[in-house]
Design a protein around this ligand. Structure first.
Ligand code: CA
Length: 238
């Protein structure tokens, strides 16, 4: 696979590049955000350092995500929870904090590629496997087939994975779904970063629709579709 390695530190780039080539990948290194944007379309997966000289890494991540759907792992020294949540919310598939063990990073690359590959290969299957007709809750309509969500008649743009989470809940609107099932179906794995990722995506659905009650937390189990009140602004689960 062809990797885009976005890393301004020469030693780190060399070590990562060598490890990737040893595992049979080809590597394009970008030392600056501008180079990354130039070459991202050819990448089959991306490793992204957040501390770059010419642009904030989270901003670069958001820009990369507008043009590229390839699996992306943030590899960074920033280890604050806020950074990790922002990175996942901005579209990273995983988040690895420096210093890391090379074998662990390589394993995570394989996992991310597997689960994103499964997603792409199952286009229209996966979460849409049991896509039925539109589901209406309060003033929210979720259309799994058309992959649209409207709130009070206005379409709301969710990320692909936010929609996948919502579609799983909407497929059987009267049943709670366990965290494990959702993680397994969307991420193909339930390790720590992905587990955090689910909470981030649920928060994104609640915030973007402005209907926090649309996704109800089932304590100690998972989530279910709720019936939101129009104009509700607060998450009553919390
Ligand atoms: Ca750096």
């Amino acid at each position: 696979m062809h990797a885009l390695l976005v890393e301004d530190d020469d030693r780190m780039a060399r070590a990562l590049g060598t490890a990737l080539v040893q595992r049979g990948h080809t590597v394009r290194r970008a030392a600056r955000a501008l180079d990354a944007l130039r070459h991202v379309r050819e990448a089959e997966f991306v490793l992204l350092d957040l501390g770059l000289p010419d642009l904030d890494g989270l901003e670069l991540l958001r820009r990369l995500r507008t043009v590229c759907d390839a699996p992306l792992i943030v590899v960074t020294a920033r280890c604050e929870e806020r950074d990790i949540v922002q990175g996942l919310r901005a579209g990273a598939d995983d988040y690895v904090v420096k210093p890391f063990r090379m074998a662990e990073l390589m394993a995570r690359i394989d996992t991310v590629r597997r689960r994103t590959g499964a997603r792409a290969g199952a286009a229209g299957a996966g979460p849409a496997r049991d896509a039925g007709g539109p589901v209406r809750r309060g003033d929210v309509e979720v259309d799994p087939a058309g992959r649209t969500v409207t709130v009070a008649g206005t379409e709301v743009r969710l990320t692909r994975r936010e929609f996948d989470v919502l579609a799983i809940l909407a497929a059987r609107p009267d049943e709670a779904r366990s965290r494990e099932e959702i993680l397994d179906r969307i991420w193909g794995d339930a390790f720590l970063a992905a587990s955090r990722s689910l909470d981030v995506h649920v928060a994104g659905i609640r915030a973007k629709t402005g209907r926090p009650g649309l996704v109800r937390t089932v304590r100690g189990f998972g989530y279910r579709l709720g019936t939101p009140d129009a104009g509700e602004e607060r998450d009553r689960d919390s």
